[in-house]
Design a protein around this ligand. Structure first.
Ligand code: ATP
Length: 922
């Protein structure tokens, strides 16, 4: 293999033989052994990320935030003004806090990174002479692989055969117009201009091709560019912006308060400047919500991980918040609302209807037809239709290894037709050999048809067409009736449409079949190779219909009901026929039978205003082209809706990008759609969208719970300083600066994280979507944090301080900032705050529901967090070194009893409040 000497472009001009020789491959592809050996040699086909530098930067960032800088400086001041131990302690806390923040960010990053690995790109290669699907990372130079519209191209490769191939090379060249590609060499202008070369990182937007990989991984042009310009793009979500703003605002207020306290300490209490500074620092640290951003990021990432378990992969953390706001879902029908397990149950010919038996995919080797027996051995109308079903088909099926369900490489619609042919006893391989395909006009969702040309055993050529009835029948002027071709009459058209409507009303979908001899008619080109849609798909002879059942997904009913309760509207947007669409929509409860059905044609004629009005009511869009989805999404957005839209094809990309949440199908979706989407469903299931929305709502409400929890401790942390100031220093500080740091940067952290992992509260989908302009920190949270939880906690912790003093010879000791009683009293204040926070962690878990209903112990992380904070507190009280640093001491068992009882009234009072709220709301 001499490939390393040449760059990809050099391969463009070689003769095919020389090219294959150079790459030591052949038309039928590599053998599995060769491929394995080359994989060893060149490595996996991936673009490696170099992250080490950014990792270090991310680590250091945690030590240079406003709060961290403040702590470094304070520590330094403490050290230089004779408070060495305090200085060391401040630095130590700062260090631990920075590491913890970094760990949180790292964990969040890991969670999102691991999602990427869950969505591999597959490539169809020829190995050992057979087509097989492999993970694109296993592609090696010399591999012969197939390209279809919607595929991302995984290697730099030379095209050996192509049909109408167009490639979007914008990722490489910036050029947004798709480029025509072909097998013959032609030099265009500039770089990447060879017409017979495709590059990794680009995508096929139409047509099909066979290509041979020349370079893979970092050796590709894309890999080379990536190696030069590697940097990770980070987008800033609205939530991050809001949090940054929030943190800045609160920090500013904290600094102002700190300044006031600083001045007051100097002038009222006559503290020296350094000591006043440290005192003010306590206030600043108490109020700055330092852990906010990393905790929020982690809790979003945890939400993303939970979503992935519910089959929804989110690419950006910010999508989680948008999901929670979703008000409208524009959903495809086939495969999303329905199972996409097509079973043909009728074949309709003008003279006869056949009922096809045999469930689902089971290939029982013979076709059982009710009604009249049919002769499957001779050439007749029925066998012609079967032949088209088998040959005008790009799908392949392989027997399933463990189930009766075969492995499908292609679409279920086409697979159903292959199975129909197999059930009739046709040998697919033999048929393909007898009627070799010489040309193809591939299926696309816009014209809703597919055409192939074949050589027949007698040497003549024939055109086979299958497609949506309306778009195919319109091209027919004759009909095959009892073996004879006669002109298609209005009565025929009516009968065909009636039959179609009869099935569609039952939610069944049909496909029309037609053919035309390639007979030298003047409108046809001389050479089949010059066939185009315009000159070939006309003057067809109608043969009949196949009718397929595609049952709704069983879980869809509950998901639709959930959306109704959550006030999320569902708009079905499908390529299928209006009647089928409406029948399915009413069956699964998306709309009533009064819903308006707008077809693609009507939509084209509609003004934007009319469309905006239409989407406000009950509406279904049928027979729409994917491009039209874009307008539907936009019209909804114009009405102020937050729109989630599904899609799977190449042409769905604009709508997916326009939607607030673009959702691609992971199983049937093209790489293009997956690329354009914000979220990918690994099971293509509508119910997974609803599950993701539920998670989105949960994550947001968890963030509010978390915020409430951390703000809550600010009040009891501030009150002691206020007491100290207002008594002009007469009452010594009931809580030292180090103790404030302990709560804020130590004991509070893990329970707060636990709140981020809280499961969805019952009823989260019984509320309307959150308004887009709603703020994370709203009045209710401020009131609860400062006027409710905070107040109780302050009263109890201040009580703890005076309680110790009272039991130790009140009032003298209360007024002295030295001696054992003072240390004991501050220790008790600290401990009381920690125990109040335990109650707060329990209380914050639910907003409306009783915590006992959701299960007191259902969130293990909270309890691990609580255990951690109690152990940390105990360590501070009992480990001699820490006692010195944190000004703490061991407490008596009576004090422990007091502490352990503290959370009980707090939880009960809050439970009472929630019960009252529930009562009023009921
Ligand atoms: P949805 O848009 O909800 O996924 P759909 O599968 O009907 O529904 P498309 O894939 O855009 O949407 O297909 C549109 C129509 O084209 C189908 O209703 C069918 O009549 C026809 N069709 C689908 N697949 C093929 C095919 N492989 N060959 C020919 N015609 C097809």
């Amino acid at each position: 293999m001499a490939q390393s000497k040449l760059i990809t472009d050099d391969y463009a001009q070689l003769t095919a033989t020389k090219f294959y020789d150079d790459l030591q491959t052949k038309q039928t592809g590599l053998t599995a052994a060769q491929a394995a050996q080359r994989l060893q040699q060149v490595g996996p086909n991936t673009i490696q990320q170099t992250q080490s530098r950014s990792q270090l930067k991310a680590f250091l960032k945690n030590f240079t935030s406003l709060m961290a800088l403040l702590l470094w400086v304070s520590g330094l001041i403490a050290m230089f003004t004779g408070m060495l131990e305090l200085g060391i302690a401040i630095w130590a806390v700062n260090l631990i806090n920075g590491c913890f923040s970094f760990w949180q960010e790292h964990a969040a990053q890991k969670a999102t990174d691991s999602l990427k690995a869950m969505l591999p790109t597959y490539t169809q290669v020829l190995r050992d002479g057979h087509t097989q699907q492999i993970n694109a990372t296993e592609l090696v130079p010399g591999d012969v692989f197939l390209i279809q519209a919607g595929n991302s191209i995984s290697a730099d490769a030379r095209i050996m055969q192509a049909t109408s191939l167009q490639v979007d090379e914008s990722a490489l060249t910036g050029e947004s117009l798709a480029v025509d590609k072909q097998a013959a060499y032609a030099k265009g202008e500039g770089r990447f201009a060879e017409r017979n070369i495709v590059y990794a990182g680009t995508v096929a937007v139409s047509g099909t091709a066979t290509a041979v990989a020349v370079q893979t991984g970092m050796q590709t042009e894309f890999g080379q560019i990536a190696a030069l310009t590697q940097h990770q793009k980070t987008t800033v979500s609205p939530l991050t912006t809001e949090l940054n703003r929030l943190t800045r605002q609160i920090s500013l207020i904290a600094i102002l308060i700190g300044l006031v306290f600083f001045v007051a300490a100097i002038f009222f209490v006559h503290y020296p400047i350094a000591k006043s500074f440290i005192f003010a620092l306590g206030m600043i640290v108490a109020f700055i919500p330092e852990g906010l951003l990393p905790t929020v990021t982690l809790s979003l990432a945890q939400g993303v991980t939970r979503m992935s378990k519910r089959h929804a992969l989110v690419k950006e953390l910010s999508s989680v918040e948008t999901l929670g706001e979703t008000t409208v879902i524009c959903s495809d029908k086939t495969g999303t609302l329905t199972q996409n397990q097509m079973t043909i149950n009728h074949v309709w010919l003008p003279q006869q209807t056949y009922k096809v038996s045999g469930e689902g995919y089971v290939n029982n080797g013979h076709l059982t037809l009710t009604d009249q027996p049919v002769d499957l051995t001779s050439d007749n109308d029925f066998t012609l239709l079967l032949r088209i079903a088998a040959l005008d088909n790009d799908t392949d099926i392989k027997p399933g290894q463990t189930t009766a369900k075969p492995k499908i490489m292609g679409t279920p619609t086409e697979a159903a037709h292959l199975i129909l042919a197999q059930k009739a006893g046709l040998d697919l391989d033999q048929l393909r050999q007898t009627y070799p395909r010489i040309q193809e006009l591939p299926f696309d969702s816009d014209r809703k048809r597919m055409t192939t040309l074949h050589t027949q055993p007698d040497g003549t050529t024939v055109i086979y067409v299958k497609g949506a009835l309306d778009s195919t029948l319109a091209l027919c002027d004759t009909i095959l009736d009892h073996g004879t071709v006669r002109p298609l009459t209005t009565a025929d058209t009516e009968r065909i449409n009636q039959a179609n409507q009869h099935y569609a009303a039952q939610g069944l979908r049909s496909l029309a079949f037609a053919y035309r001899p390639f007979d030298g008619s003047h409108d046809l080109p001389d050479d089949p190779a010059n066939c185009t849609i315009a000159n070939t798909e006309q003057h067809l002879t109608f043969i009949g219909l196949t009718v397929m059942a595609d049952p709704p997904r069983p879980e869809i009913y509950a998901a639709v009901e959930k959306c109704r309760r959550a006030q999320i509207r569902i708009i079905m947007v499908t390529g299928d026929s209006p009647l089928t669409a409406k029948s399915v929509a009413t069956k699964i409860g998306i709309t009533s039978d009064q819903a308006r059905v707008v077809t693609g044609d009507e939509l084209s004629a509609m003004s934007d205003d009319a469309l905006q009005t239409a989407v406000k009511g009950e509406v279904i869009f049928a027979r729409v082209a994917p491009e039209q989805k874009y307008r539907i999404v936009q019209a909804n957005q114009h009405n102020g809706e937050i729109v989630a839209s599904t899609g799977d094809g190449v042409n769905d990309a604009p709508a997916l990008k326009q939607a607030d949440i673009g959702i691609a199908m992971g199983v049937t979706g093209t790489d293009v759609a997956k690329d354009a989407a914000d979220m990918i469903l690994t099971d293509d299931n509508f119910a997974s969208i609803v599950a993701a929305i539920e998670e989105g709502r949960t994550v947001y409400s968890n963030l509010q719970k978390f915020l409430l929890y951390i703000l809550n401790s600010n009040v009891p942390e501030a009150i002691p300083s206020v007491l100290f100031l207002f008594s002009r220093g007469l009452i010594p500080l009931p809580l030292t600066v180090m103790q404030i740091l302990t709560v804020d940067l130590g004991t509070d952290m893990l329970p707060a994280l636990g709140l981020g992992a809280e499961a969805g509260e019952p009823g989260v989908m019984d509320q309307p979507p959150r308004a887009r302009d709603a703020h994370l920190l709203n009045k209710t949270i401020i009131w609860k944090a400062f006027g409710w939880y905070g107040l109780f906690a302050s009263a109890l912790s201040t009580f703890a301080y005076f309680f110790v003093n009272w039991t130790n010879g009140w009032p003298q000791v209360a007024l002295s900032a030295s001696g054992n009683t003072y240390v004991l009293a501050t220790t008790m204040t600290l401990a009381a705050i920690v125990f109040c926070q335990i109650a707060a962690a329990i209380n914050c878990r639910t907003t409306y529901n009783s915590v006992f209903t959701v299960g007191l112990f259902s969130n293990r992380r909270i309890w691990w967090g609580i255990l951690f904070e109690v152990v940390l507190l105990a360590a501070l009280m009992y480990v001699p070194v820490l006692q010195g640093l944190f000004n703490t001491t061991a407490i008596a068992s009576r004090d422990w009893a007091f502490l352990l009882c503290l959370p009980i009234p707090l939880v009960l009072i809050e439970e009472g409040r929630k019960a009252l709220v529930r009562h009023w709301q009921a």
